[in-house]
Design a protein around this ligand. Structure first.
Ligand code: DLZ
Length: 158
């Protein structure tokens, strides 16, 4: 379903497990910081809304979305997490770089999900322009960070 048909911050709260005993790691990219900062804020607020305590939400930053793979892998190796979330924003430019980064991150995180014992939630916005990213980072289509937090709680309980 296209995101345009669905608000990323809308969900049935009665279907979200209690997160008060869960520990989460979040890896966030520094590229497009107005977007990734909003994604992070949404994710943290939503985790806390469902009971996660701030001490059990560990945030690490990486320079760009491509580094989300390494960052998530290191957090898996560190251990102690029930679920991880990666957050990034890749905005299409004039060269094929966009496609390589998106493909690389998607493949890397997908692979980590099959080799790790914890779920890694994919919060990478891949948009044609800044406005589409703003729309999905707390704008008219909600916040992808909220959606990732809900998915992280559900998958931690899985
Ligand atoms: C190089 C690059 C470009 C062009 N665009 C983005 C982007 O829109 N979003 C993002 O998160 N990162 C971008 N990067 C940086 C790469 O993800 C990566 O950090 C560098 O290629 C170094 O590995």
């Amino acid at each position: 379903m296209a995101t345009a048909l669905r608000n990323l911050s809308s969900y049935d709260a009665t279907k979200v497990p209690d997160a008060s005993n869960m520990c989460f790691g979040i890896v966030v990219s520094e590229w497009n910081p107005e977007i990734t900062g909003a994604l992070l804020e949404g994710a943290v607020n939503t985790l806390e809304r469902h009971g996660a305590i701030p001490e059990n939400i560990h945030v690490k930053t990486v320079p760009g979305s491509f580094e989300l793979i390494y960052g998530a892998h290191q957090m898996v190796l560190n251990g102690g997490y029930d679920a991880l979330i990666v957050l990034g924003s890749v905005i299409k430019g004039d060269t094929p770089h966009f496609d390589y980064i998106c493909q690389g991150v998607t493949t890397g995180i997908a692979r980590l999900n099959t080799t790790s014992e914890i779920p890694i939630i994919y919060g990478l916005l891949t948009t044609d322009n800044l406005q589409q990213a703003l729309d999905r980072a707390g704008g008219k289509l909600g916040n992808k960070g909220d959606e990732c937090a809900v998915d992280a709680i559900k998958m931690a309980k899985f």
